[in-house]
Design a protein around this ligand. Structure first.
Ligand code: GLN
Length: 387
């Protein structure tokens, strides 16, 4: 029997698989990054109101006017970008669809896509779906991006570089000079920067700089973000794209045939969130995440993991070599089933599994109470039971 060939290069999502395992074993799920605390009332009420008002049919395929207008204003107010809501925005089913649609629209079979490693597991399969070749460039937590190494990875076939900052899974927030270096290479090689800025409001050091705001980059950047992390609504699946008109035209076609559109009433609610929530909301979001980060980091260090506090996003990639000789996937499974805390195996963030063999990723987008409980459970691991 013939099976479709486009999925040969990838297995099922390790992150989503760990959620299933955590549920089966009643473990605290620090694997898949979704909050366990409520979304802002203003969004929930707006969503309920929209449904009651019968905003229940297809929205315009590339996004409701109200949301596109709100997004254009947001990009101007936060980042000084001028964005035409009529021709430069696409609203998608999450940043995940945004990334897949953007790459499908812009990358041809045989092209190369540069991916910083470790990377969020979707990017590899996204490249494979386009029949492109992912080219991996390492960027370790706490280290400077090696621009010489990045330069050597560019070739005549490079079509795009995927830039995720604040980074999943390392928590790195790229500094201006690093972004300038990436931008210079994109301009020199006529390549796109396709970004994943879903954690744009969750950072603890430095500043979030969209690469689109750097010289000459607006016309060669696809800026991806969404409501999931900013408004704690990962299940709503509202992603956003800002891109120059030519790219937007192509992305809109792919998006239309893949999904027709994102959920109409939820787009209304996200628009209301963008219109209503002010600087206080975003400052509180970052402040509360910093407190959760500190709880999680302290608990991991106490339990014997080696890790640094991340600069942004809500993950800690931790080395467990001092605790166990197991490979990462077995250790993650053991931790889930026996200790009751589910992480993601580190190998899922690397092109070669051996690079992540002593690593697991913990998400700390949970109440401090749940993180403290996870910390208690992890403390028991320190005795070396994971060997
Ligand atoms: N981005 C989140 C993570 O890395 C959620 C992934 C997903 O399943 N969509 O855990």
């Amino acid at each position: 029997m013939h099976t479709a060939h486009r999925t040969h290069g990838f297995t099922e999502s390790v992150i989503r698989g760990m959620t299933r395992l955590a549920n089966e074993h009643g473990a605290i799920n620090l694997a898949q990054g979704f909050p366990n605390f409520p979304a802002p009332d203003v969004l929930k009420e707006a969503a309920a109101r929209a449904i009651r008002d019968d905003v229940n049919q297809y929205a315009i395929t590339w996004g409701t006017k109200r949301l596109r207008d709100a997004l254009a204003r947001k990009y101007t107010e936060w980042y000084g970008m001028t964005v035409d809501p009529e021709s430069e925005i696409v609203v998608t089913c999450g940043a995940t669809e945004a990334m897949a649609s953007a790459l499908l629209a812009l990358v041809d079979p045989g092209d190369e896509v540069i991916v910083f490693e470790p990377f969020y597991e979707n990017y590899g399969p996204d490249a494979i779906l386009c029949e492109a070749r992912p080219v991996y460039v390492p960027i370790a937590a706490g280290r400077e991006l090696d621009l010489d190494r990045l330069a050597a990875a560019f070739s005549a076939r490079t079509r795009a570089v995927i830039v995720c900052s604040p980074n999943n899974p390392t928590g790195r927030v790229l500094a201006r000079h690093e972004l300038e270096g990436i931008a210079e290479l994109c301009r020199r090689h006529d390549a796109y920067a396709v970004t994943d800025e879903i954690y744009e409001h969750i950072y603890y050091e430095g500043k979030h700089i969209p690469i689109a705001t750097l010289d000459g980059m607006r016309e060669r950047t696809v800026t991806i973000s969404g409501a999931s992390k900013t408004f704690s609504v990962t299940g709503w699946r509202i992603g956003t794209i800002v891109a120059p008109q030519r790219a937007t035209d192509a992305i809109r076609k792919v998006h239309d045939f893949l999904t027709v559109g994102a959920p109409a009433p939820l787009q209304e609610a996200v628009a209301v969130g963008l219109e209503t929530l002010g600087p206080d909301y975003y400052a509180t979001l970052a402040r509360e995440y910093r407190a959760r980060r500190d709880v999680m980091h302290a608990a991991l260090v106490r339990a014997g993991f080696r890790c640094e506090p991340p600069q942004g996003a809500y993950y800690i990639l931790a080395d467990f070599a001092a605790l166990s000789d197991l490979p990462d996937d077995e250790f993650a499974r053991w931790l889930t089933c026996e200790a009751g805390v589910a992480p993601v195996p580190g190998s899922s963030f690397y092109s070669r599994p051996e690079l992540g063999r002593t690593l697991v990723r913990f998400a700390f987008c949970k109440t401090e109470e749940q993180l403290r409980e996870a910390g208690e459970r992890l403390k028991a691991v320190g005795g070396g039971q994971g060997r």
